[in-house]
Structure formats: structure tokens, C-alpha cells
Unconditional design. Structure first.
Length: 185
């Protein structure tokens, strides 16, 4: 007599396990539907934002020439040094190399690179080409560069009152640089 009751109990247990597995499968399928269909566009946009950065490309400013065609103001390339902490394998080596090359405090740089939870850190702007090449030759992971342009005055400061100057964003401030800014940019 115990066998039929035991068989019924086994069937009930088996049915409970099948219902539990079906419920878990439906919950998982519902979560996947929610993430892929309902929130899919938002999550794709967030992923694209992390992987693709729009770094502005600016054209170099026009040259300023005198009446004989001699250059009074032109451009030279400088670099901005970035670090992406998630790509860095050895924070100590990167911090040491950058602090030596750019004359920065090692401890502050190490702390800035290793403790930040951001995707990209600007280490220094307007780095000269020779210095950027030295850093690039080290082949350390996580260090990236962008090319910028800065004003160069071959005659030094002999005409600085007339020529004016540009700010860090290469916008003319005074003199010819400021007056003709919309034509030089």
C-alpha cells in the first residue's frame, strides 16, 4: 500500500521541480526581453559612449604675414596626453614614466590615475612633440595622445602688441589675433 502513495509523492515532487525550472526560465527570458528590447537602445547608447569618444578636430589657425610675405605668426603641433585607467596594466610604471617626462609629482599622479573611476583622464595639455615622442617610445598601455595646434611667433615678442595672442583654446584675444579671429580660425 505504501508504493502507490510513494509514487504519487514522487510525481508531485517531479511536478514541483518542473514548475520551478519553468518559472526560473520564464523569469530569465523576461529579464532578457527587458534588457534587450525595452532598455536595448539606452544600453547600446551607453556602450557606444564608453567606446567611442568624440575628440574635437580643429583646423589650424591661418598664418599672419607681413607685406613681404614673411611669416609673423604660424602654428606648431603640440599634444594632449590622456590616460585611460582601465587600459593601464601597471599604474606605478605609467605614473613614473609620465611624472619623469612631464615634470609632475609622482604621488599625485599615481593617486589621480589609480583612484579615479572615470574612463579617461587628461594628464597634460600642450606637450611638446619631442616629449610626446619620448613617452610614445616607452610603449606603455593606457596612454593616448591627441594632436593640437598652438600659435608660434617666429619673431619672438618684437610685435606682440600688434599681433596679440591666443588663449589655451587657440582663440585670438588681442591685436590682430583678436581682431581677425573669425578669419584666422
Amino acid at each position: 500500500m505504501k508504493k502507490p502513495n510513494s509514487l504519487l509523492l514522487t510525481r508531485k515532487r517531479l511536478l514541483a521541480v518542473v514548475i520551478a525550472i519553468t518559472f526560473l526560465f520564464c523569469a530569465l527570458a523576461g529579464r532578457l526581453f527587458f534588457l534587450q528590447i525595452v532598455r536595448g537602445g539606452f544600453l547600446r547608447a551607453k556602450a557606444a559612449e564608453q567606446w567611442y569618444r568624440d575628440l574635437p578636430l580643429t583646423a589650424p589657425r591661418g598664418n599672419i604675414l607681413d607685406c613681404n610675405g614673411a611669416v609673423l605668426a604660424d602654428n606648431r603641433n603640440v599634444y594632449t596626453v590622456y590616460v585611460r585607467p582601465r587600459a593601464v596594466k601597471d599604474f606605478a610604471a605609467v605614473s613614473r614614466a609620465l611624472s619623469e617626462a612631464l615634470n609632475l609629482d609622482y604621488d599625485k599622479l599615481y593617486k589621480k590615475l589609480s583612484e579615479k573611476l572615470v574612463s579617461e583622464i587628461t594628464v597634460m595639455r600642450r606637450v611638446e612633440e619631442e616629449t610626446a615622442e619620448k613617452i610614445r617610445d616607452l610603449s606603455l598601455d593606457g596612454i593616448y595622445f591627441t594632436v593640437d595646434s598652438t600659435r608660434n611667433y617666429p619673431g619672438g615678442n618684437r610685435l606682440e602688441q600688434v599681433l596679440g595672442f591666443t588663449n589655451i583654446d587657440n582663440v585670438g584675444q588681442n591685436g590682430l589675433e583678436g581682431y581677425y579671429d573669425k578669419y584666422l580660425t
